[in-house]
Design a protein around this ligand. Structure first.
Ligand code: NDP
Ligand code: GDR
Length: 374
């Protein structure tokens, strides 16, 4: 390991020693407006951190998941600030790092939709892959590589095509989408900066995690919103793609706790966070409809398959090939043993409770016409 191959082009003046510096608790989160960003912010504020987030300039409102925190700022003594920025803009990242001087950086920002990544492959590579490099390089540029702890939002999509199950930190990667390939670069550049420059950098290889704050185009939330609307007579039918994909679904709130724990260890390492259970998309559909008292009866096969309300005989689920992916990840099932042993981490919310919470939240929103920011 070398101290620095090139001199730092820019250094913060009067930087304290890493030990002195880390006595503060200051977090910087990219992707703070997303599902995980909002739960992580809540967790860190509860732990007494000063939290800074990078938000993108958008022509429409994109801070809905943080709304309650902005309003609490005046009432509670919380230290929370947002900064305009983008993972495609290196200068801006250097500027934010130099002015915030964080002790922990959580890189959650990404074009995170797998299907969209097939349509926006280059952009996804730029933001999800090179964006991670830009943030790591910004840390070096500021001379903070021994001061900052870095979390990279790696993903079970790295496993892609099934090589073995359950998938652990030792399972070889075989990504199946531009998103997975971009995240593969991000995974390895994180490992590389750890090994080359001694950055305390960890990959959290997280399996799918959901919540009422999940984006509406991901399958779980798409299902729970449709279940609420269909049960209230506001929507006829739900169109889905591959009903047989299997996922290891947990609750986002449990997973952000694991992210934080990864950065509190004596040495940086990579960890899988998962439930150790897998369920098919169709099972999620059945459970979600069951919450509102509807039993789904499946008929037909392949693209002709439909789900009917067993009481009324009405078609409430259809297969639409538009939602199929050019290459699919058929089965994800994680082994969280390392995180359980070394981090003392365990998921709390089980599959049934997750589905129930999401359906109930969407029922509440649909009944009360609550504005949905997610
Ligand atoms: P979301 O899609 O909900 O949030 C993504 C965040 O990234 C948003 O804040 C978004 O901003 C921001 N973002 C998008 N593009 C850029 C950019 N160019 N520059 C800066 N920020 C950007 O994702 P999740 O919260 O679900 O996931 C968080 C991270 O974890 C992502 O990196 C995702 O790939 C990864 N991950 C997620 C898993 C899951 O199951 N949820 C599992 C494993 C990994 P805006 O609001 O403006 O769009
Ligand atoms: P995923 O999540 O691709 O696993 O990525 P998503 O919810 O989009 O898909 C899960 C599975 O459901 C199938 N599916 C559908 N998916 C969507 N979005 N819409 C549909 O109509 C539909 N019908 C069936 C998909 O084919 C797939 O098999 C998520 C993201 O959060 C990533 O950022 C993260 O890295 C991984 O989880 C772990």
């Amino acid at each position: 390991m070398t101290d620095a191959i090139l001199p730092h082009p820019f250094e913060i003046r009067n930087l304290p020693t890493p030990e002195e510096y880390r006595k503060r608790k200051v977090a910087l989160i990219s992707g703070i407006t997303g599902q995980d960003g909002s739960y992580l912010t809540e967790l860190l504020l509860e732990k007494g951190y000063e939290v800074h987030g990078i938000i993108r300039r958008s022509s429409s409102f994109n801070t809905g998941r943080l709304h309650h925190l902005f309003t609490q700022q005046g009432e509670r003594n919380i230290k929370f600030k947002t900064h305009y920025g983008d993972l495609s803009d290196s200068t801006n990242l250097v500027y934010i790092l130099a002015s915030v001087q964080p002790t922990e950086v959580y890189n959650l920002g990404a074009q995170s939709h797998v299907k969209v990544s097939f349509e926006m492959a280059e952009y996804t590579g730029d933001v999800d892959g090179l964006g991670t490099l830009r943030l790591l390089d910004a840390i070096r540029t500021c001379g903070l590589e021994r001061h900052v702890r870095f979390y990279q939002a790696s993903t079970s999509e790295l496993y892609g095509k099934v090589v073995e199950t359950p998938q652990s930190e030792k399972t070889p990667f075989y990504p199946r989408s531009p998103y997975g390939c971009a995240k593969l670069y991000a995974y390895w550049i994180t490992v590389n900066y750890r090994e080359a420059y001694g950055v305390y950098a960890c990959n959290g290889i997280l399996f799918n995690h959901e919540s009422p704050r999940r984006g509406r185009t991901f399958v779980t939330r798409k299902i729970t919103r449709a279940v609420a609307e269909i049960s209230l007579g506001k929507q006829e039918c739900l169109s889905l793609g591959n009903l047989d994909a299997q996922r290891d679904w947990g609750h986002a709130r449990d997973y952000v706790e694991g992210m934080w724990r990864m950065l509190q260890q004596p040495e940086p390492e990579d960890f899988v966070l998962a439930t150790g259970e897998t369920h098919r998309v169709r099972e999620f559909v059945e459970k979600a409809f069951a919450v509102v008292g509807i039993t789904v009866k499946w008929e037909g096969e392949g693209e002709q398959e439909v789900g009917k309300d067993s009481k009324t005989g009405k078609i409430i689920v259809k297969v639409d090939p538009r939602y199929f992916r050019p290459a699919e990840v058929e089965l994800l099932l994680g082994n969280p043993a390392k995180a359980e042993e070394k981090l003392g981490w365990k998921r709390i919310v089980d599959f049934d409770s997750l589905v129930q919470e999401m359906v109930e939240a969407d029922m509440h929103a649909a009944r009360n016409l609550v504005e949905d920011h997610n």
